[in-house]
Write a protein that binds this ligand. Structure first.
Ligand code: NI
Length: 171
């Protein structure tokens, strides 16, 4: 397994729409392992393939707490098939927008269809943190970031800050 460099805001790669995966094979499984390794190293609780520069519809999540046994989840071609009317608010962060956090309101429950790491069709009814995390990561597959769900003023401030940081790094 290899730790991959993370794509950071405002890199336009993050705005790409990822393509569906046609075949679950050893290469794809290796990519999912690299994604998990990269996520654990960061550390984070979710990562979409585009965040390591691969525009394919795959994401990984692990919500286990520190000291607990790891619970890696791999979602291939995930699709939200239903969302609840009731909503919940979580303070979100993103490995592509390091050290920035903001409250985001989303549907409290979602049902997601996907293929697992073995390519088997699965469905999960998620609530709580898993529901929020799945929606955040599926957004990535569509080129959407959590800052797109906050006020325009706050979003512009974050983008400005990261653009400045990227420029000073380039010098
Ligand atoms: Ni993210």
């Amino acid at each position: 397994m290899t730790i991959k460099p993370l794509i950071i805001l405002p890199d336009p790669v993050l705005r790409q729409v990822s393509k569906p995966i046609e075949r679950v094979d050893a290469d794809l499984q290796r990519l999912s392992d690299d994604m998990l390794e990269t996520m654990y190293d960061a550390p984070g609780i979710g990562l979409a393939a585009i965040q390591i520069g691969v525009p394919r519809r795959m994401l990984v999540i692990d919500l286990s707490k520190e000291g607990e046994e790891k619970q890696p989840l791999v979602f291939i071609n995930p699709e939200i098939v239903s969302s609840s009317e009731d909503r919940s608010v979580y303070e979100e962060g993103c490995l592509s927008i390091p050290d920035y956090y903001a409250e985001v309101e989303r549907p409290a429950k979602v049902t997601v269809k996907y293929l697992d790491r073995e390519g088997k069709e699965q469905s999960v009814e998620a609530d709580g943190l898993l529901a929020t995390c799945l929606q955040h990561e599926i957004d990535h597959l569509n080129g959407v970031l959590f800052i797109d769900h906050i006020s325009r003023l706050k979003r512009e401030m974050v983008i400005k800050k990261f653009t400045k940081a990227a420029k000073s790094k380039a010098l």
